[in-house]
Design a protein around this ligand. Structure first.
Ligand SMILES: NC(=O)c1ccc[n+]([C@@H]2O[C@H](COP(=O)([O-])OP(=O)(O)OC[C@H]3O[C@@H](n4cnc5c(N)ncnc54)[C@H](O)[C@@H]3O)[C@@H](O)[C@H]2O)c1
Length: 393
């Protein structure tokens, strides 16, 4: 049995990872160590809060005493470190909390881990540490670090510290750098949930600059699978890039959301660009294929139609979830879903159950004409999500 300390497990990716590990690893006992900042929400884990292999500890990674107590009380042998300030815009408004949590907090956590001789410390990082790309090329693990925002700089600082603790003290660090994640439980300040909620309420959708910034989007479940894979198989002292081969311009994502939700493009409002806004990120995860077969299987090799199918399906699930949380009205009229034609019915049934479980009425689950008829992989993905939501209902 492994005793795994997950920092930041009440946030977006952390909560998905807690659920992933409980589901996939019967030999893991999980301690979720989270400060519950504005971005942490225990509701993200309400379905598993009574699970015997799961414990929540409210604590700050900057507080050595509470870390020591958690390591000792739960005989921690593995750390997966998600806790961070994670929003670029906030780091531009005020960088100090980013340095405090992401840099100083990571150092305190590394010290605590060093003292109790853990077996593995997985540090979760981001492709943003590499800076910005032009129209061509991709980041590899050997791309020099060139962070452009205070957020990215604080993550790069934490990456360097983690590697230095491996080098100097032998802390068994493995490091992952992932591209943009999408999926359930993301805080609605980030692009996709923010745009969905604004569209839902008929509010303007603020798009930075010309909207032509490119990001490589990966479903959060696939990120979790990749992290688990690196946790098991990764070589200590190495970096593993994780990407989706799924590049999208911000403006295309916003248009896709509007189309899918049946809302007019007139809601798009261009606003002054974010200072220092990186133009393009793209991940080359290819040289890790031997270690990450799962990621490449799920992510789909950059086929735009596949990306769209996958995106629509996720959108429907995420939308159902956020509608249930965010809508002030007790009834929601229409939720669009797309994917393979047959599977729309399954997906719609799953959503009805999710709404009913929350005491909400879903008057209509509408199928959007599928993009390319639901490619095989996209359909499999929709089926997986539908089954998961049906099982949860
Ligand atoms: N979201 C993405 O697309 C993405 C992509 C690549 C990497 N990452 C990295 O993954 C990690 C998780 O990102 P996310 O989007 O889930 O973030 P998030 O903002 O949704 O969640 C962060 C979590 O950390 C907790 N936290 C913050 N400060 C803390 C502290 N001092 N002590 C304990 N807990 C604290 C918060 O309460 C919250 O639960 C981050 O390290 C981020 O840099 C994110």
């Amino acid at each position: 049995m492994h005793n795994v300390l997950i920092t930041g497990g009440a946030g977006f990716i952390g909560s998905n990872f807690v659920r992933y590990l409980l589901r996939e690893r019967g030999d893991a006992r999980i301690v979720n160590f989270d400060k519950l900042t504005y971005a942490g929400n225990l509701e993200n884990l309400s379905d598993i809060q009574h699970e015997g292999r799961y414990t929540f500890v409210r604590g700050d990674i900057c507080d050595r005493a509470s870390l020591d107590a958690a390591f000792r009380d739960f005989a921690i042998d593995t750390v997966v470190h998600f806790a961070a300030e994670s929003h670029v815009d906030r780091s531009i408004l005020g960088a100090s909390v980013f340095i405090q949590t992401n840099v100083a907090g990571t150092q305190v956590l590394l010290d605590a881990a060093k003292e109790c001789g853990i077996e593995r410390f997985l540090h979760v990082s981001t492709d943003e540490v590499y800076g910005s790309l032009g129209a061509e090329g991709r980041f590899s693990e050997t791309t020099p670090l060139h962070p452009n925002s205070p957020y990215a700089a604080s993550k790069a600082g934490s990456d360097l510290l983690a590697m230095a603790y491996h080098h100097t003290f032998g802390v068994p660090v493995v490091l992952t750098r992932c591209s943009n994640n999408y999926g359930p439980y993301q805080f609605p300040e980030k692009l996709i949930p923010l745009m969905m909620i604004n569209a839902l309420h008929g509010k303007p959708l603020p798009v930075y600059g010309d909207g032509m910034q490119v990001r490589d989007w990966l479903h959060v479940d696939d990120h979790c699978a990749a992290i688990a894979c690196v946790l098991n198989n990764g070589r200590v002292g190495e970096v593993y890039n994780i990407g989706g081969n799924n590049e999208w311009k911000n403006i295309d994502i916003v248009r896709l959301l509007l189309r899918t939700m049946g809302k007019p493009e007139s809601l798009i409002t261009y606003v002054k660009d974010r200072p220092g806004h990186d133009r393009r990120y793209a991940i080359d995860a290819g040289n890790r294929l031997d270690l990450l077969p799962l990621v490449m299987r799920v992510a789909g090799h950059g086929d735009p139609a596949f990306g769209a199918a996958l995106f629509h399906a996720t959108l429907a699930c995420a939308l159902a979830d956020w509608v249930a949380r965010a809508a002030e009205a007790r009834a929601v009229r229409t939720v669009a879903c797309a994917g393979g034609c047959m599977l729309n019915a399954v997906l719609a049934a799953g959503m009805r159950r999710e709404f009913a479980a929350r005491g909400l009425a879903l008057h209509e689950a509408r199928a959007v004409p599928p993009n390319d008829g639901g490619l095989a992989l996209g359909q499999a993905w929709v089926a997986r999500q539908s089954l998961a939501s049906a099982a949860n209902a």
